[in-house]
Design a protein around this ligand. Structure first.
Ligand SMILES: [Fe+2]
Length: 305
């Protein structure tokens, strides 16, 4: 089942030139409770890795209902109040988080390529994201498929990484990132939350494989440039050069999809397979996103000690 079209549900490719993902139209609150629809949605996520739900009722209730199709929400302790009367736990809001200068341009909300919670041993299944306020230009969410990356990068370089594990450190984010950095990347005005995250000292590094094989057989190249600390067992000049080379190779061979938000979109991605990013936007505008996190783990990560 690659794409389906029934009386109520229409599943189509994202675009002619994007080899992953699918658009889903016709999902309403009632249908999220149908066991048949739930099974179909989970299969679609497994196959396509990125689902864009269009023309969705833009409410917390609907967002939670879609999340529950794929697993339990993971309540998060950071975030804003859920509006009264919409008593749903597990939302994380991200508003403008500070201005950075990226390659000479001042932008807000720029987020480099990463997968979520690489700095933890357990990897969440994914997230459901929707836009509460949309900026007129920029502020796109980019997605890159690890299966496409695995098949596209240089086989010689890929072979080195088949058995490598990558170390991740939560402090190596934003302009502190070590690998795959923009040419120039520096803080201009830092939000309180970001400053606190970067000050955190009680951290233990995590380790995740650079390549893993899905139960369905495909291999996934899964490296988060943001927060990568090095290659486990090869924290040396040679190892660092290799990891930097692989990040550059990923950037040059990826076929990314950049989502331009509408208020009635909700998007879920497979965090075990994709990396994602946010393009910056003018600090003159406010971008506000609301996310749920889907519990789960692929079982291949660990703590360093
Ligand atoms: Fe993220």
């Amino acid at each position: 089942m690659r794409y389906i079209s029934t009386e109520s549900l229409c599943v189509t490719p994202i675009a002619d030139d994007i080899p992953f993902g699918a658009k889903v139209n016709g999902l309403d609150l009632e249908s999220t409770y149908s066991p048949n629809i739930r099974e179909q949605m989970n299969r679609l996520l497994e196959i396509h890795g990125l689902l864009i739900f269009e023309n969705i009722q833009p409410t917390n209730c609907m967002q939670a209902a879609i999340s529950e199709i794929f697993g339990d929400d993971q309540a998060h302790d950071v975030g804003s109040q859920i509006p009264e009367g919409d008593n749903v736990k597990g939302f994380l809001d991200s508003e403008n988080d500070g201005v950075v200068e990226v390659d000479g341009v001042q932008v807000e909300n720029f987020l480099p390529w990463h997968f979520d919670q690489c700095y933890a041993a357990k990897l969440t299944r994914g997230g459901i994201l929707r836009a509460l306020s949309i900026v007129p230009e920029g502020g796109l969410t980019g997605f890159s498929d690890g299966i496409q990356l695995y098949n596209a990068v240089s086989p010689a370089l890929r072979e080195r990484f088949e058995t490598f594990d990558i170390l991740y450190d939560s402090a190596l984010q934003f302009w502190n990132m070590r690998f795959g950095r923009p040419t120039s990347y520096k803080p201009v005005r830092v939000s309180k939350i970001v400053a606190e995250q970067l000050r955190s000292t009680s951290r233990v590094r995590s380790i995740h494989p650079a390549v893993w094989r899905r139960p369905t057989g495909e291999k996934v190249l899964h490296i988060s440039p943001m927060q990568a600390a090095g290659i486990a067992g090869l924290e040396s000049v040679e190892g660092d050069i290799l990891l930097e080379q692989m990040c550059r190779e990923m950037y040059s061979k990826m076929i990314p999809y950049y989502h331009r938000w509408k208020p009635t979109d909700m998007v879920i991605w497979d965090n075990w397979r994709f990396i994602h990013m946010v393009t910056g936007h003018s600090p003159a505008h406010v971008r506000n996103m609301r996310r749920t996190i889907i519990f789960g783990d692929y079982g291949l990560g660990r703590r360093e000690h």
